[in-house]
Design a protein around this ligand. Structure first.
Ligand SMILES: Nc1ncnc2c1ncn2[C@@H]1O[C@H](COP(=O)(O)OP(=O)(O)OP(=O)(O)O)[C@@H](O)[C@H]1O
Length: 947
């Protein structure tokens, strides 16, 4: 179909036919015009009825003039032009609105042109009807495209001829770029001669390569460009067939997100084209018209076609535009010479305007709330699996399912390059599931192995009680040690579940009768999971083994993994085990990413994720990434406020303060003693008091403890940098020891924290020490807090004397903070023979039998060795903070031990267990904690007091 629209401008005072052209020529033009205007009449949706009627009347006049003699004929033709002008002008505006049809000299170009007001214009202007100023616009988008070529043969071919063709294409691209709505059109160019024809839009390319892509110049760039377009074409064909649509515009109208019209510019065809690329071009040309793909080709007569390339085959699909000097003649307007437009000069303004409009364009988003079922259907029982809506494909909701069987879709793999919406997608899935299933039926383990903060919002925080009631474990910034601990815990959970399965003779979780014996489904989200498995050490090996096992066995036991990653490309260790893990994950969700990652995540040859346009767009593939099963969808936008409100609702439903908060783990953050105390009160066990050394790097919240019995060796040496960390650890040890004892038999606390004159004090350590003392007071403990070096030395000597004379004043906890800084420790005070160091050694060594147990923080092992002798007074309890590994090995007598001193990590050895364990040490208390902890202790109710 070709509807060409010339329009005249009698209204503007221009005489329609200005020169004495031959009557025959005029006749030919008018006949062509008649054909075109008839077409306009047919295309009634574009032109108002009255204008059509007017145009028809004019045509009658022209046809009558045909039969008449020369004189009246010319006059009639002139009248016909005049009569047709308004209708044709209107039609031109309709078909090429905005800057698709503006005169190159129009002042609108100074502002970069104006948008057409629709997705994209169907037609663009190419010039004026020769010898008039009647604009000529030609259909472009919605057709297979144009082939623009000089009207010359090989011999007469001149470079200017080529320029004319290039200019027609360049102007068409400029008009499309500025007249389309933001993201309405995407231009891709093959420019083998590096003419820079589309490069004039470089200002757009730099900012929005997805709108005007950088030109490619050889086959290595052309091939992927064309195969991606062929895939787009085929995907659109599928979507249209499924929806019963025949036109791309109809598909676009259904899309939630702009799906751009694709414009493929091929310059100097067939230069640089090989047979394979030509096949792709032929495919695109044959089917593009109805699939929103249009070719803009310039034909180069001087180029030799490569073997297997017959240029005519492509040209046959396209509407030819033949240029001769300043004129052109289009297939769509046969026999009518058109005076080519001058080029639009305001290129910079055009680029700026396109960039500004694109930047300002709000990409359509789907609110998360649209993915939720009505409230009445929240927390429905789990059937044979879990499901949640993550977004929409056109108008259809896209559901992800996690199920063991029929078909088995147990786990998800999620990938997307930085900033493409991975966190948003994970939050959408997590909250979508949380709204649909109750915490009794679904528990979540959410771990982020990069420094993300997304999961932090799901847990409680200072000043915020609310948390996602489904969350059991939150690894806000998890490390491999914690990740492996969680995987071990889950593996043990599989073993526990297998016992339940045996009792019911079940092979799948959905075989178990609903009720208290059916364990909840577990959702395990591992964001940036490649961190967990990449590495060349035992931890990585264990992580891979556990993960593979969980993926394999978790299916039947209702443990569903979501493995998310920015990239798997280059993950060496995973490459070896990739199939073992990814082979268990049929469902792949791929946001925009690189071609390499698209193929790792989806599958070899599946580049669909690299071809996505916008963040939030996702390829959903539930068949191990098979290209035929790609579904392109738009993920809903999980607005943080909406999610927070949802969590508030769910937390209320779960009984708010009755809900158990998750175990929160944050690498590089010490453990929070007030929270640990709120969960459980310290106890005295069969091995004596369990002094809290910190939280284990594990799922459990039960602190790691060092038993303290009043016998030789009792006591704990805390070694390593720095004062605040030391105070934090001692606070945990002391408070737990004091609180574990019944109020009437609590030991008295002698706290020796010498502040050496002239030394900078550590504010956090001091605040922590003060807070410890105040909390101890609140617990009713008898506390002596000595700071001056003289008082400290005196007290040590005094304790030594009490032990020697068997006159110890009841059970005592001696707490020393930084005695390495105490001056004169190795000098006997005036009038005495013994040094404080020797006295301290005696107190530490003989104290336990007499009821004095010592907890002390020293910065380095050698400082202690100096004072307490080489056997460290036979102490059995050690806790290392940041400390050189040599000292750790020598103190523990373990020459092969490895210990990487990281912040917020401590190594604990209780002298009993098979090997030392890593813990997260407690942070010192703050002044703000005092009241909170004191209130809790005063409540004196081991269960009711737990918050
Ligand atoms: N489906 C969506 N609809 C609308 N906006 C989105 C969508 N997904 C993400 N965004 C926006 O894009 C930005 C990046 O998203 P998000 O943080 O989820 O990306 P990411 O891939 O996790 O990034 P990173 O890897 O850097 O953490 C966010 O500001 C978010 O608001």
């Amino acid at each position: 179909m070709s509807h060409q629209v010339p329009a005249s401008t009698e209204a503007a005072g221009v005489t329609p036919v200005q020169d004495a052209r031959s009557v025959r020529e005029l006749e030919a033009q008018l006949r062509a015009l008649a054909g075109a205007a008839r077409q306009l009449g047919i295309d009634g949706q574009h032109v108002m009825d009255s204008e059509v009627t007017q145009a028809r009347r004019a045509l009658n006049d022209v046809e009558r003039a045909d039969d008449a003699s020369v004189g009246p004929e010319t006059a009639a033709a002139g009248e016909a032009y005049t009569a047709m002008a308004p209708g044709l002008r209107l039609a031109a505006d309709r078909l090429a609105p905005g800057s698709a049809g503006s005169d190159p000299s129009d002042e609108v170009w100074a502002a970069g042109g104006s948008p057409a007001g629709a997705h994209w214009p169907g037609s663009v202007r190419v010039g004026v009807l020769d010898a008039t100023d009647v604009p000529v616009v030609l259909p472009l988008l919605g057709t297979a495209g144009w082939a623009v070529m000089p009207a010359v043969d090989d011999e007469t071919w001149q470079p200017e001829d080529r320029e004319a063709a290039l200019q027609v294409v360049q102007q068409a691209v400029l008009r499309l770029a500025t007249a389309s709505e933001p993201f309405g059109v995407r231009v891709e160019t093959f420019d083998p001669q590096v003419t820079g024809t589309v490069g004039v839009l470089g200002g757009v390319t730099r900012r929005f390569p997805q709108v005007v892509a950088p030109a490619v110049h050889d086959l290595s760039g052309l091939r992927p460009m064309l195969s991606s377009l062929v895939e787009t074409s085929s995907a659109r064909a599928t979507r249209m067939a499924q929806a019963g649509l025949t036109r791309f515009a109809e598909l676009q109208a259904r899309s939630r997100r702009a799906d751009p019209h694709r414009v493929v510019v091929v310059l100097d065809y067939p230069r640089g084209i090989d047979e394979r690329s030509n096949q792709d071009l032929l495919r695109l040309a044959a089917s593009g018209a109805s699939r929103g793909i249009t070719l803009l080709v310039t034909f180069d007569h001087s180029a030799d076609a490569a073997p297997g390339v017959d240029p005519d085959l492509l040209l046959d699909h396209l509407d030819a535009i033949v240029t001769t000097g300043d004129l052109l003649v289009a297939d769509q307007l046969p026999g009518v010479p058109v005076l080519r437009d001058d080029p639009i000069r305001q290129i910079t303004a055009v680029c700026d305007a396109v960039v500004a409009r694109t930047e300002a364009a709000e990409l359509p988003t789907i609110p998360f709330t649209e993915t939720l079922p009505p409230r009445g259907r929240w927390w429905t029982p789990v059937g044979d699996g879990l499901e949640a809506v993550i977004g929409f494909a056109d108008a259809d909701p896209v559901v992800v399912r996690l199920r063991s069987a029929n078909p088995p879709l147990p786990h998800l793999l999620v990938a997307g390059a930085v900033g493409q919406g991975k966190s948003n997608l994970l939050l959408t899935v997590i909250h979508g599931l949380a709204a649909r299933y109750s915490p009794d039926d679904l528990e979540m383990y959410l771990l982020d192995f990069k420094h993300g903060v997304e999961f932090a919002r799901l847990g409680p925080a200072t000043g915020r009680d609310v948390f996602l009631p489904h969350a059991k474990v939150l690894g806000i910034h998890a490390d491999r040690t914690f990740g492996v601990a969680v995987l071990r815990h889950l593996t043990e959970e599989l073993a526990r579940r297998s016992e339940v399965f045996k009792a019911y003779d079940a092979v799948d979780i959905s075989d178990l009768p609903a009720g208290p014996n059916r364990p909840p489904r577990l959702l395990v989200v591992l964001d940036e999971f490649q961190v967990l498995v990449d590495g060349d050490d035992d931890l990585a090996t264990e992580a891979v083994t556990l993960l593979e096992r969980l993926a394999r066995l978790g299916r039947a036991y209702g443990v569903h993994l979501i493995l998310a990653t920015q990239t798997l490309d280059g993950t060496a260790r995973l490459t070896a085990k990739r199939d073992a893990i990814l082979g268990q994950i049929p469902v792949r969700l791929a946001l925009k990413t690189t071609a390499a990652d698209s193929q790792v995540i989806l599958g070899p040859g599946n580049l669909a994720a690299a071809q996505l346009e916008f963040r939030g767009q996702v390829i959903v593939n539930a068949n191990y990434g098979a290209p035929d099963d790609n579904l392109r969808a738009q993920v809903a936008y999980a607005d943080h406020e909406i999610l927070a409100a949802l969590r508030g609702d769910l937390w209320q439903r779960a009984g708010s303060s009755d809900a158990v908060p998750p175990r929160v783990f944050h690498l590089a953050q010490p453990a929070h003693l007030p929270t640990a105390l709120a969960r459980q009160l310290p106890v005295t066990g069969p091995d004596g008091v369990a002094a809290w050394a910190g939280l284990p790097v594990a799922v459990t919240e039960t602190p790691a403890a060092i038993p303290v019995r009043p016998e030789p060796g009792a006591g704990v040496l805390v070694l390593g940098d720095g004062p605040a960390e030391g105070v934090g650890v001692l606070t945990g040890l002391v408070l737990s020891t004091i609180l574990a004892a019944p109020p009437e038999s609590r030991p008295k606390v002698v706290l020796l924290a010498p502040v050496a004159a002239g030394r900078a004090s550590d504010a956090v350590a001091e605040e922590g020490t003060r807070a410890l003392v105040e909390v101890l007071w609140a617990a009713g403990a008898d506390v002596e807090h000595l700071k001056s070096p003289e008082a400290v030395t005196g007290r040590i000597m005094d304790l030594r004397t009490q032990i020697a004379s068997d006159a110890v004043d009841g059970p005592t906890l001696l707490v020393t903070i930084g005695l390495h800084a105490l001056p004169g420790l190795k000098e006997a005070p005036p009038g005495l023979f013994e040094t404080p160091a020797a006295a301290l050694d005696d107190v530490v060594r003989r104290g336990p039998a007499a009821g004095i147990v010592t907890f002390g923080w020293w910065n380095r092992l050698h400082a202690v060795t100096d004072v307490l002798g080489y056997d460290h007074a036979n102490l059995t309890g050690y806790l290392f903070l940041r400390h050189p590994v040599d000292g750790v090995r020598s103190a523990l007598g373990m020459p092969l031990l490895t210990w990487a001193s990281e912040p917020a990590r401590a190594l604990v050895w209780d002298g009993i267990g098979p090997e030392p364990v890593q813990v997260v040490p407690f942070a010192p208390l703050t002044a703000d904690d005092v009241e909170h902890v004191a209130r809790h202790i005063r409540s004196e109710d081991p269960e009711g007091g737990v918050r």
